[in-house]
Structures are given as structure tokens and as C-alpha cells.
Design a protein around this ligand. Structure first.
Ligand code: DAH
Length: 341
């Protein structure tokens, strides 16, 4: 009988349940009315009196150990379950909303500009950021010694033949004209690179968006009307534009476009430096030399082009004073544009 008691004690000590139900099953099997302990107690009645004292003590020990072990196991399982629940959190509580990302202000403005021009029938054209001299300068009528070709402005990757990072998106115009017959109406957004010191108003990487319209009989007046429509769509219905004569190698005549200052309504304020006007882009009638270089007959076709810095438009639209903010990606800055445009 000692062996039976020891054997049962061993099983109690070694019992490793996985679930509460197993503990209960075990308890019934050992301590239940028809359980193994009661069977032993039954047997105990029949043992010789001189053995009763010792066996009785052993049986008592078995009984308390079994009860203790079952209680301890129950507690252990309970604790594990609570820990698990705590790790999951309270699954009955309402969820917390994930904070969604927002579009970068430069993307917002680019998309908006693309959308405005797509209403005028323009489609989006793209081109490589790594370019050759032809597409960035030569085909655009830059004279060989033009300062824009200088090492100071351009990041050259290779010399002779020149491979470089495009300094403007005008290269996409060239690629489009080489590929497509007029009528051409494209809008070209892209990243451009210039070897410039970084400051609140300049960066060595920025974004431009450029437009090109070529067909028979396209006039300066068409350009002016298109750009006025654009300015009103971006800066508001009350916006006026003015054009000042300017120079670009690839357009003749060329102009600089100003919009009436949307902060002071044209009265003059620190943002427009008291002038009431803000410069937003360059434009002009495509130079016949450029059309010729790209295989388009300048006797038959004419066109206009315009180009602007997306950062600049975004700064004017949102009143951002430091262009570097667009590149730092500080979420405190970016989240301000969640609902913009
Ligand atoms: N490429 C000029 C720049 O980088 C912008 C520009 C001006 C583009 C006039 C044009 C244009 O297409 O016609 O500053």
C-alpha cells in the first residue's frame, strides 16, 4: 500500500495541465468520491493495526499535497490567462483610430496643377532625371557658353559627352516634341537639380512643372488666357496676372508671370514686398530654333511654354516662409496639410 500511496503522490507532483478542464478532471479522478484517494482510504480500513499509524500519516500527506497542488495549478493558469488578456488589451473597448498619413504638400500642389491643366486638355509627360546635354541645353537653344551650362549650376555626372542631372523640366518638352507630332499639349512635372547653396529660398533639389502647347496658329493671347485660368484656379477667382518681358533661350518673346498678392489683395504687404505682385513662373512662345531642333516645322507650327517651381507655388499658397521645410519631413509640418486643397 505504501507503494500505491507513493505512486499517487508522484503523479500529483508531476501533473502538468494545459487547461483548467484538465485540472478539474484530475481533481475528480484523485479526490472525487469515487476517486483514487477514497479507494486507498477504503483499503486503509483493512490494514493491520500496527501499520495504521504510519500509513494514515502518509495518506493525510497525500490528501493535503493533492489539494495544494490543484489549487496552485489553478492559480497559475488563471494568472497566465490574465497576462494574455492584458497583452491583448481590453478587446471589448472601442478601438482607437489609426492616424492616417497625408499627402506631401508638394504632391498636393503638383496634383492640383496637373488637374487644372488636364481640364484644358493637357496630358502628363515624364522624362529621366539623368539627362544629356542635348535635351537639357543644346536642343533648347542654349548658346555654347551660356552660364547655365557652367559647373556652378549643373551637377555633371560625366564630361564629353556630358551626362548630367537635369536642371529644369524643359528637357521633357524636347523629348515630347521628338516623339510626338503636333498638336501637342503636355504638362511635365518633375524633380530638378542645381548646384546651389541651400537656404530658406533655394535648394539643390526641387520640383518644377512645365507646360507645352504646340499647334497651328497658337498665339501669345492663348498663353495669357490659359495662364490666367490657371492662376484663378490655384489662387482664387479674384486673382489677376501680369506679364513682364524676360529672357529664356528657348522662348521668344519670353515673359515672367506675376499674380496679384493673395495676402493683401494687391495693396502691398511684406510678402509681396509692397508691390502687390508675386512672381510665379516663366513663359514664352517656343523659339523657332527649338521647334527646328526637335523636328517640328516652325513655318507651320507655333506654341507656348511655361515653367514654374512647385515649392514656390506651394509657399505662396500656404504661406510657408522656408523652403527647407518641404524636405525635412517633420510630421508636425506635414500634418498641417491633411485637409489642404
Ligand atoms: N526652365 C525655366 C527655369 O528653369 C522655366 C521656364 C521658363 C520654362 C519659361 C519654360 C518656359 O518652359 O517657357 O527657370
Amino acid at each position: 500500500m505504501t507503494d500505491k500511496i507513493n505512486e499517487l503522490l508522484r503523479r500529483v507532483e508531476e501533473f502538468r495541465p494545459n487547461a483548467a478542464a484538465e485540472i478539474e478532471e484530475f481533481r475528480i479522478r484523485i479526490l472525487g468520491k469515487k476517486g483514487e484517494l477514497n479507494a486507498l482510504l477504503e483499503e486503509f480500513r483493512t490494514v493491520a493495526p500496527e501499520l495504521k499509524r504510519e500509513l494514515g500519516q502518509r495518506l493525510n500527506l497525500l490528501k493535503t499535497r493533492a489539494a495544494e497542488r490543484i489549487a496552485a495549478l489553478r492559480e497559475e493558469l488563471q494568472e497566465a490567462a490574465e497576462e494574455h488578456a492584458a497583452a491583448l488589451g481590453d478587446t471589448t473597448r472601442p478601438g482607437t483610430a489609426e492616424r492616417l498619413g497625408s499627402r506631401h504638400p508638394i504632391s498636393l500642389v503638383r496634383n492640383r496643377i496637373v488637374e487644372v491643366f488636364s481640364r484644358l486638355g493637357y496630358t502628363v509627360a515624364d522624362g529621366p532625371e539623368i539627362e544629356d546635354d542635348w535635351h537639357v541645353f543644346s536642343a533648347l537653344n542654349f548658346p555654347p557658353e551660356h552660364p547655365a551650362r557652367d559647373m556652378q549650376d549643373t551637377f555633371f555626372i560625366e564630361k564629353d559627352p556630358d551626362i548630367l542631372l537635369r536642371t529644369h523640366t524643359s528637357s521633357i518638352q524636347v523629348r515630347t516634341m521628338e516623339r510626338q507630332k503636333p498638336p501637342i499639349r503636355v504638362i511635365c512635372p518633375g524633380r530638378v537639380f542645381r548646384n546651389e547653396a541651400i537656404s530658406y529660398r533655394a535648394h539643390c533639389i526641387f520640383h518644377q512643372i512645365e507646360g507645352l502647347y504646340i499647334d497651328e496658329g497658337v498665339s501669345f493671347a492663348d498663353m495669357k488666357q490659359s495662364l490666367l485660368y490657371f492662376a484663378k484656379e490655384i489662387f482664387g477667382e479674384q486673382t489677376a496676372i501680369r506679364m513682364r518681358p524676360s529672357y529664356f533661350p528657348f522662348t521668344e518673346p519670353s515673359a515672367e508671370v506675376d499674380v496679384s498678392c493673395n495676402l493683401c489683395g494687391g495693396k502691398g504687404c511684406p510678402v509681396c514686398k509692397g508691390t502687390g505682385w508675386l512672381e510665379i513662373m516663366g513663359c514664352g512662345m517656343v523659339d523657332p530654333n527649338v521647334l527646328q531642333s526637335c523636328g517640328i516645322d516652325p513655318a507651320k507650327y507655333s506654341g507656348f511654354a511655361f515653367g514654374m517651381g512647385i515649392e514656390r507655388i506651394a509657399m505662396l499658397k500656404y504661406g510657408v516662409k522656408d523652403l527647407r521645410l518641404y524636405f525635412e519631413n517633420d510630421v508636425r509640418f506635414l500634418h498641417q496639410f491633411d485637409e489642404a486643397l
